[in-house]
Design a protein around this ligand. Structure first.
Ligand code: AVJ
Length: 311
């Protein structure tokens, strides 16, 4: 088996550090344990959560145009290879692809989806890489002598604050043989639709958010009372982002191992940022990281964008 990228003490240490800040916080990457991944999958099916289905529709509609940015024999590298529905749309349009390189933090998940892809695309070289790409991009295996097109869908970039997003885009830009970046990004829209997408009627997103506390209880020796916190989605217009918070319903104290954390009534833990973009802000972010926004595809309602960045 692969060596784990994340250990329990990393989770505890990270939580202790971010809960010690004046604005208590938890890192969004901890959402995705087994249950969290299942809940996210359920979120993508919600009527209010438009991003996944809209991005898939754009990819299906523009697959041939996107395929032009992947040269014959080239490498398609995917960051955060998810459930691979989106990957398959591109692979179907790339019969002469040299290799597919999925990067994901979960080794188990990667091996499973790699095996499935090899079955569907028998001639395709599939080279999975276990990596926390939000932190650093690993050296690519062997001598990469073919052009690399990076696929970064899902508006995962939106989890990062502008500085970190630019730094990640710069690291991608610096990859040897980099040819293009296909970037999925969610767009600014009416506040009520944004809030609904992150505070759905069925409460799946609330469960997803609260699952962080459940995970800390199970994996980091914490004693959160899940009934003592409520899910909240806020639109921060100034920073153009949805913020998810867990709001303490009463004054309480919580322990993680030997560390104690006090909560006032109404005090929140900031658990996620999901930045939303405009054509102008995307183009600016591209230029600040050494890219040019070559093309941008959206759906008819301009809800989501799939952009091609060129070095
Ligand atoms: C996977 C980070 C793109 O921000 O929309 C969905 C995560 N959080 N609902 C997003 C998420 C709450 C999602 N990303």
């Amino acid at each position: 088996m692969d060596k784990p990228v994340i250990t329990h003490s990393q989770l505890a240490n990270s939580a202790i550090e971010t809960l010690s800040r004046p604005q208590k916080a938890l890192e969004a990457k901890w959402f995705y344990d087994h249950r969290g991944s299942e809940l996210f999958e359920a979120i993508t099916q919600l009527p209010e959560y438009y991003p996944t289905r809209t991005e898939i529709a754009i990819l299906e509609d523009k697959a041939a145009q996107l395929a032009r940015f992947v040269p014959d024999g080239g490498i398609l590298m995917e960051l955060g290879s998810g459930a691979s529905v989106k990957t398959r749309i591109l692979l179907d349009a790339l019969p002469r692809l040299g290799a597919y390189m999925p990067l994901d933090i979960s080794g188990e998940f990667l091996q499973l989806s790699a095996a499935q892809l090899r079955r569907t695309y028998p001639g395709l070289q599939v080279t999975p890489i276990v990596a926390d790409f939000m932190q650093a991009l690993p050296p690519l295996p062997g001598a990469v002598d073919q052009p690399v097109t990076v696929f970064f869908p899902g508006s995962t970039i939106g989890n990062l604050e502008p500085e970190a997003a630019i730094a990640l885009l710069q690291r991608i830009r610096d990859l040897p043989q980099v040819h293009a970046l296909i970037l999925g990004a969610d767009l600014i829209k009416e506040e009520s639709r944004l809030i609904a997408a992150y505070d759905d009627a069925q409460g799946v997103t609330a469960e997803f958010n609260l699952n962080l506390l459940r995970r800390l209880n199970f994996e980091a020796g914490a004693n959160f009372d899940l009934a003592g916190f409520k899910h909240e989605a806020r639109w921060n217009a100034e920073l153009a982002r949805i913020e998810m918070h867990l709001v303490s319903l009463r004054a309480q104290e919580v322990q993680i191992g030997a560390e104690r954390f006090r909560f006032e009534t109404g005090e929140s833990i900031h658990t996620e940022n999901s930045h939303k973009y405009s054509h102008a802000s995307l183009s600016q972010m591209a230029e600040q990281s050494g890219w040019q926004l070559a093309q941008s595809f959206t759906d008819a309602s301009k809800d989501f964008s799939v952009s091609v960045l060129a070095p």
